[in-house]
Design a binder for this molecule. Structure first.
Ligand code: FEO
Ligand code: CA
Ligand code: CA
Ligand code: CA
Length: 681
């Protein structure tokens, strides 16, 4: 039984540094650094650091510069290196940028309205249990209510599988990343040598995904109560395991001796919509939910940061001792892996496919996309007769960015999840000269097996390699990034953008071209264009986060942040159908409280006109994460996660959205334009 004596649930540091690989040598770092200081980034970094680098070069990078205006507009952005959408369209960002603030409310520009929607606890299925403001709902209640900590979200129009134009009715599907134990129960979590089983049941049910059938009634949106599409998927929902790791002995458990099934999805952060209109939910910081007291831990636990002490919420200590809860203890207990849960953590760390239009369908864990701290996934626009391409970041300090290319081609008439079962997973290496390469993580790749042999590592088969995706990426020499969060792909140019939220562990000696700042507290956004038909690409830094005056780029491509758009810790990212880049921030409570940025926010960028404007500011101690819209872009849905996350069980730092001293709770925000126009116009 539990031997913990410090009964405190730790919600901090959930993106631990567990990459202790040495895949960039010191000499390589020095060489790269010299090269990048000679290149175009040098000036930008020098400007940020207040250092003159005159005479150090500063030529344009390899990317082609479009015939762009040399406007020195104070809210301008470095122009896109792609031939982004023509300028024949009307200006996209017609709103007036809003100022930062520390208000406990949603702030949007003049002419817009923000309305909270489907907060944690909203009754959704079954007996429709009402939310109790003192958080005294039971585990059974929570299984029938909207979960906690809203994150990635997507609006599937009701006609998604045909024309996909319905902007007044659809399925709003969203992730519930984790929960604040202090706010989730009436008196906070009960912590002792064991945990009350119903609290554990409630917490597991607070995680997962909600599928919510919504429609417009006049100008208001409402939940379609009683709809068969309304569904909760939780940390306990039975799921299938598919792809190369399915059936591996590394996934065998007492629950699924043949390694083809598991229960639940956890720490679902970002998401992705597939070209065939299903929802992929990402398992991000799943490792924290498990404990493995074996010494030494197997590599497939240690490299991911599974605790040797206790699970994040001590679920393994549930006083009922039921199988569903004790499975979070992955210590060896039985005679074989089929007698215990030593492999339970290996059934997490995947992308999980859910078909929201099939309420009976079992979620499918797609192992071909790799096992790591998946932040989310983003698909390039599908092309008839060509493979499916998607990208996924691993959000921990010094982890990597991955790409998957399906083995089979996409055909609209027959496309489905099977396309994600077979293909090649790649990891990114960003070179100092602005080029990059996709390194295949494939057991048949002789370079990989040779490098593995040199490192004294063997992979029994592709399943073993995928379970140990991070290790395979280490061996191939992937580039350690400043915490890759969401990605987005421009709908017409296919240019890919990724947020790198921050990395306070990066030292001066570890600076490289794609991660150009030590102790990177404010993050940046990187982007690239694929070289057609090749496994190489060209990249540059789109935007450096930071205080007013922070400069990205040089010459007429330079952008300087102003009071209209300074930001830190970019995280959520979406490019809508018009090519507007929506950037959401996830600053810590301290960074919001003491820095110059105010509450977390969302900005809109137009890479063509080079504008960047603050559009949205969230409530106190909340993260702004997850954004989607109706096809006509006249309704936007934005998720607010963990308002008041520095609260105690008796003292709340936010009362959003209910106000008047109420317990704060995560919720969606519906944004509309008062004149009925498109959002951002
Ligand atoms: Fe769940 Fe990386 O944010
Ligand atoms: Ca995130
Ligand atoms: Ca984050
Ligand atoms: Ca979060």
């Amino acid at each position: 039984m539990a031997d913990h004596t410090v009964y405190e649930i730790d919600n901090s540091g959930i993106e631990p540094l567990s990459n202790h690989s040495n895949n960039t040598t010191f000499a390589e770092v020095l060489t790269e650094r010299r090269q990048f200081l000679k290149g175009s980034l040098g000036t930008a970094v020098a400007a940020f650091m207040g250092v003159s680098l005159a005479g150090c070069g500063g030529d344009d990078d390899d990317n082609k510069s479009p015939a762009s205006s040399s406007s020195s507009s104070s809210s301008s952005l470095a122009s896109s290196s792609s031939s982004a959408a023509s300028s024949s369209v009307a200006p996209l960002l017609g709103f007036t940028a809003i100022a930062t603030n520390r208000n406990d409310t949603i702030t949007v520009p003049a002419g817009y309205t923000a309305t909270p929607f489907v907060p944690w606890g909203t009754p959704l299925t079954g007996t429709m249990p009402a939310y109790k403001a003192d958080a005294s709902n039971t585990g059974a209640d929570q299984e029938q209510q909207v979960g906690a900590h809203h994150d990635g979200v997507y609006f599937f129009p009701m006609d998604a599988k045909t024309t996909g134009t319905n902007s007044s009715e659809g399925l709003l599907v969203m992730n519930h990343e984790y929960l604040d134990d202090k706010l989730f129960h009436k008196n906070g979590a009960t912590l002792g040598a064991t945990r009350p089983a119903d609290e554990v049941r409630k917490e597991i049910a607070g995680h997962g995904v909600s599928v919510i059938h919504i429609r417009k009634n006049g100008s208001n949106w409402e939940v379609v109560n009683g709809s068969p599409f309304n569904r909760r998927i939780t940390g306990a929902t039975p799921m299938d395991i598919r792809g190369p790791a399915a059936g591996s002995t590394l996934l065998a458990t007492k629950y699924s001796p043949n390694g083809t099934a598991t229960r639940g999805t956890l720490n679902n952060c970002g998401m992705g919509a597939t070209p065939w209109n299903t929802y992929l939910t990402a398992e991000e910081n799943w490792a924290g939910y498990f404990v493995n007291k074996d010494a030494p831990q197997p590599r497939e636990h240690k490299r991911y940061g599974v605790s040797a002490k206790n699970g994040r919420y001590f679920w393994e200590t549930a006083d009922s001792g039921t199988d569903e809860y004790i499975r979070f203890d992955a210590s060896t207990k039985g005679a074989t892996a089929m007698d215990d849960y030593r492999n339970e953590p290996n059934t997490f760390g995947w992308m999980v496919e859910i078909d929201p239009f099939d309420p009976e369908g079992r979620p499918q864990k797609r192992t071909a996309l790799g096992r790591f701290g998946h932040e989310g996934v983003i698909f390039a626009p599908a092309v008839e007769g060509k493979p499916v391409v998607c990208y996924s970041g691993d959000d921990s300090q010094n982890e990597y960015i991955y790409k998957f290319i399906s083995a089979d081609n996409y055909y609209k008439a027959t496309a489905g999840g099977y396309l994600l079962n077979t293909g090649t997973l790649y990891v990114a290496r960003f070179n100092a000269d602005g080029t990059g390469e996709w390194l295949p993580l494939d057991i048949t790749n002789s370079t990989l097996t040779a490098k593995a042999a040199l490192a004294g590592v063997t992979f029994a088969n592709q399943a073993d390699l995928l379970v140990n995706t991070r290790l395979a990426a280490d061996i191939m020499g992937a580039t350690k990034m400043d915490r890759p969060e969401w990605g987005a792909v421009h709908p017409t140019t296919n240019e890919v953008y990724f947020t790198l939220t921050n990395n306070t562990s990066r030292t001066e000696a570890q600076i490289d071209a794609p991660n150009p700042r030590a102790n990177n507290t404010t993050g940046h956004i990187i982007r690239w264009n694929e070289d057609a038909g090749k496994t190489t690409f060209k990249w540059d830094i789109f935007l450096l986060g930071g205080e007013v005056g922070t400069v990205t780029g040089t010459g007429d491509k330079a952008v300087t942040l102003t009071a209209d758009n300074h930001f830190a810790s970019p995280d959520g990212l979406w490019i809508d159908g018009r090519g507007v880049v929506w950037i959401q921030t996830d600053m810590s409570g301290t960074q919001q409280g003491t820095g110059p940025y105010g509450n977390n926010q969302m900005l809109a960028a137009d890479p063509v006109t080079k504008q960047l404007k603050r559009f949205f500011v969230g409530p106190i101690d909340a993260e702004v994460t997850g954004v989607t819209g109706t096809p006509d872009m006249k309704t936007m849905f934005v998720n607010i996660q963990h308002p008041g996350d520095r609260s105690t069980s008796t003292s709340f730092t936010s009362n959003w959205p209910d106000g008047s001293g109420a317990r704060p709770r995560s919720a969606t925000v519906i944004v509309t334009k008062n004149d009925g126009g498109m959002i951002g116009s």
